[in-house]
Ligand binder design. Structure first.
Ligand code: NI
Length: 160
């Protein structure tokens, strides 16, 4: 596995809509493994392939625990409720904002074996999945943030 460089800010690859994965070959599997390692190394809870410069519909996500979800060609099938929460992004270091997201989402995609998977997520994982699917569309959280949050303000919130 290799750590990949995370693209930042308004890099054009971050702003382009990603391509559907047609075939899960060795390159795709290596990319997924590298994305997981890169996400963990950066202490992130999610990463989209275009954040490491590959314009393909692949995301990895974590609910903050040990297990990692990998999704190829993810689609949001159902989104319910709304919740405003603070988000950051590995591609926008040091900046945070309050972003409205659905409370629960049902997402369908394929796993690395090529099987279709469907998962229903809530809480942090639901937020991470929506954030990463936005990346795959070329969107960043700053596009949707209601307001940006001062990092100092964030620290005091986290301490509560
Ligand atoms: Ni991000």
């Amino acid at each position: 596995m290799t750590l990949r460089k995370i693209l930042c800010d308004d890099h054009p690859v971050l702003r382009a809509k990603t391509q559907e994965v047609k075939k899960i070959n060795r390159g795709v599997l290596r990319l997924i493994d590298d994305m997981i390692e890169t996400m963990k190394e950066a202490s992130g809870v999610g990463l989209a392939a275009n954040q490491v410069g590959v314009s393909k519909q692949i995301l990895v996500a974590s609910d903050g625990g040990e297990s990692v979800i990998e999704l190829i060609n993810p689609r949001c099938e159902l989104a319910e409720g709304e919740e405003v929460g603070v988000e950051g992004c590995l591609s926008i270091p040091g900046r945070y904002g309050e972003v409205p997201r659905a409370e629960t989402v049902t997402v369908r995609g394929h796993n690395r074996e090529g099987y279709e998977v469907c998962l229903r997520a809530e809480g942090l994982l639901a937020r991470v999945l929506q954030h990463e699917m936005d990346h795959l569309e070329g969107l960043l959280f700053t596009d949707k943030a209601l307001r940006m949050v001062d990092p100092e303000e964030l620290q005091s919130e986290e301490e509560i």
